[in-house]
Ligand binder design. Structure first.
Ligand SMILES: Cc1cc2nc3c(=O)[nH]c(=O)nc-3n(C[C@H](O)[C@H](O)[C@H](O)COP(=O)(O)O)c2cc1C
Length: 339
């Protein structure tokens, strides 16, 4: 059985990649993901905004009392050991890249031009095998058009790709008006090597006790596969970019569905948090069993069998969802009426 796959020009032992999550934020977590069997590991991102905030807080702490007396800084013990939040993360990436044999994909979320390109260069220098750009951004300025938002995104990707030599993957949110056009624009104009469809949805909530907005970061379930599945099927074969499918990889069934739709790899995060890194081995075993039971001998043989351009009626991919959900609603109504 040959489970090998190619992602971003990297040959991977199988198609299950550990996505960015709190587990991949530490050296120990990255090692545990490799022990669990991940074919590649996406490290949790460096957030430029967070780096700036931490450095500013450190500077402010160092200056406490400095104005109360001219000599105060000479009698306070010097604050030693702080190398800056970015330096600490880059050092973690360096040590992780040295200590795991699976490719380590560093990721970042920038806010400034210098941040995106500078941090990308640092991560490359630290030994990352590839970069994943987490382009999650909420366009709150009502004057900015969707075309401008996309143009800024494409420009950011182009600048990062012009800065580093390692392959770059772009992680998108599903909240674009025309994801297919954006994907093909990224492929044609930036130098990126892959797309991750999609990252986690941001779902803010209100805490009724504190009467404040709060983030609701919840673990996904297999129910969240559908949107990514559709876009992978629609884009596979239409772009030379590698395609990573993300969202709702709970069991090997979701891995298989994403591969049939045309994904090169899947990125799993929630299920690894829920069941632990050893869950990856179960996903790989389930995939191998299914491939064998269906008379194939490799991932390549099943990949893209159900991508849109291979369907006799590609429109069915879109119609099926609509018609099926309507039928289910009618059936549910009938059951209630006859009960
Ligand atoms: C607790 C948690 C934290 C995450 N943090 C990040 C992050 O910092 N950056 C990022 O790009 N994705 C992050 N993700 C998103 C995952 O990498 C992945 O894209 C998404 O969760 C979909 O995969 P899943 O359904 O397997 O969780 C996080 C996911 C979870 C569950």
């Amino acid at each position: 059985m040959n489970l090998q796959t190619n992602y971003l020009g990297l040959t991977l032992a199988h198609p299950i990649v550990a996505g960015a999550s709190p587990v991949s934020a530490t050296l120990d977590g990255i090692r545990r993901l490799e022990d669990g069997g991940a074919a590649a590991i996406v490290a949790a991102p460096v957030y430029e905004e967070e780096v700036q905030a931490m450095d500013a807080a450190f500077e402010a702490a160092g200056a406490i009392g400095a104005e109360s007396h001219a000599e105060v800084t000479s009698y306070l013990p010097p604050l030693r050991g702080y190398r800056g939040a970015l330096a600490a993360h880059v050092e973690m990436i360096r040590r992780a890249a040295e200590s795991v044999s699976a490719p380590l994909i560093a990721s970042l979320n920038g806010i400034s031009r210098e941040g995106w390109t500078g941090i990308a260069a640092d991560l490359e220098e630290a030994g990352a095998a590839a970069l994943e750009l987490d382009l999650f951004h909420i366009p709150t300025d009502p004057r900015e058009t969707s075309a401008e938002v996309e143009q800024r995104l494409v420009e950011t990707v182009r600048e990062v790709c012009a800065t580093v030599k390692i392959p770059v993957a772009v992680k998108l949110s599903p909240n674009f008006t025309a994801p297919a056009h954006l994907a093909l624009d990224i492929a044609a104009t930036t130098g990126a090597s892959g797309l991750v469809l999609f990252g986690q949805r941001y779902e803010p909530d209100i805490d009724l006790e504190t009467l404040a907005f709060c983030p609701s970061l919840r673990l996904s379930t297999a129910q969240e596969i559908h949107e990514s599945l559709m876009w992978i099927a629609l884009l596979a074969g239409k772009t030379s970019l590698s395609l990573a499918a993300g969202g709702g990889v709970e069991g090997s069934a979701e891995v298989i569905k994403y591969l049939l739709a045309g994904a090169d790899v899947v990125e799993a995060a929630s299920s690894l948090l829920r069941h632990g890194p050893s869950h990856i081995k179960r996903l790989v075993e389930g995939l191998a069993e299914w491939i064998e039971a269906h008379g194939a001998t490799s991932v390549d043989e099943i990949r893209g069998r159900l991508r849109a351009d291979r369907l006799a009626d590609p429109e069915a991919l879109l119609r099926a969802q609509y018609v099926r959900s309507l039928l289910m609603e009618h059936r549910a109504l009938d059951v209630r009426r006859t009960a």
